[in-house]
Design a protein around this ligand. Structure first.
Ligand code: B16
Ligand code: MG
Length: 221
C-alpha cells in the first residue's frame, strides 16, 4: 500500500459542476443589492460557507445589511440555488470522477466527502452517489468554514487516518488552504494559474498522470 490511505473529495466544482449554479444564484441575489458580481469576484466566494459568502459580498459591494435582511438574503440565495439544481442528474458529474472512485474502491482506499455545503447530501442523493462514500462531513457538521481546517480534521478522525495519509481534491483556494493547514496532501482541480500553494493541479480527474496515481497509492514506503 502507498502513502495515501484515505481520499477526501470536495463536492461543488470537484465531483459535480454545481459551482456555476452557486455563482449564478449569488449573481442573481447581487442584482437586488445593486452589485454586479463577476467571475473574479466569485473566485473569492468559492468554497466559503453561505454566511461567509454573503459577508464577503457585503465587503466587495461596500454595503451594510441588518441581521434580519442578512438572514432573508441567505434564504433567498438558497432558494435560487435549489431552483438551479432542480434537474441535476448524473450528467452533471465531472469527467473521470466515477472511474476514479471505482479505482479507489478496488484498492480499498477509504473515501470521504468534505463539503461546506448544507445541501451536500441532497446533491449526492440526486446524483445517486451517497453509498459511494464511507463518511460525509458537510456544512451542517462544522463550526468554522474553509479556510479553517476543522472540516478536514473531523474527517481524518472519523476515517481513523492521520492527516499525512489523507489526500484531498479541491477546486477552491479556501479549501486548498484548509487542507494544507490540516497537514494533508492536496490536488487542485481547475485552472492552475488561478490557484496557489499547490504542488499538483489538473483540469479534471482524467488528466491525472498514472505515475502520480502510482506514487500515491502503490509505491511502498
Ligand atoms: P450551501 P464545496 C461550497 O461547497 C461551495 O463551493 C460554495 O460556493 C458554497 O457557498 C458553500 O458550499 C455553501 O453551500 O449554500 O449549499 O450550504 O465546494 O465545499 O463542496
Ligand atoms: Mg468546491
Amino acid at each position: 500500500m502507498g502513502l495515501i490511505k484515505a481520499v477526501i473529495f470536495d463536492l461543488d466544482g470537484v465531483i459535480v459542476d454545481t459551482s456555476n449554479y452557486h455563482y449564478l444564484s449569488w449573481k442573481k441575489l447581487c442584482l437586488e443589492l445593486d452589485y454586479n458580481l463577476n467571475e473574479s469576484g466569485n473566485d473569492f466566494l468559492k468554497g466559503l460557507s453561505r454566511e461567509d459568502s454573503l459577508l464577503k459580498i457585503i465587503d466587495l459591494a461596500n454595503i451594510s445589511l441588518s441581521e434580519e435582511k442578512f438572514k432573508e438574503y441567505l434564504t433567498k440565495k438558497n432558494s435560487y440555488y435549489l431552483d438551479f439544481i432542480n434537474n441535476l442528474s448524473q450528467k452533471n458529474i465531472l469527467p473521470g470522477v466515477l472511474s476514479f472512485l471505482r479505482y479507489l474502491k478496488k484498492k480499498s482506499i477509504k473515501i470521504s466527502l468534505c463539503s461546506s455545503s448544507k445541501n451536500a447530501k441532497f446533491v449526492l442523493e440526486k446524483l445517486d452517489m451517497i453509498s459511494l462514500f464511507d463518511i460525509i462531513v458537510d456544512g451542517n457538521d462544522i463550526k468554522m468554514g474553509k479556510p479553517d481546517p476543522e472540516i478536514f480534521l473531523i474527517a481524518s478522525k472519523k476515517l481513523v487516518t492521520e492527516p499525512k495519509n489523507c489526500l484531498v481534491f479541491e477546486d477552491a483556494q479556501s479549501g486548498i488552504d484548509a487542507a494544507n493547514k490540516a497537514g494533508m496532501t492536496v490536488v487542485g482541480i481547475g485552472n492552475k494559474n488561478k490557484l496557489k500553494n499547490l504542488k499538483y493541479c489538473f483540469p479534471d480527474f482524467l488528466k491525472i498522470p498514472d505515475h502520480l496515481i502510482n506514487y500515491f497509492f502503490n509505491e511502498e514506503r
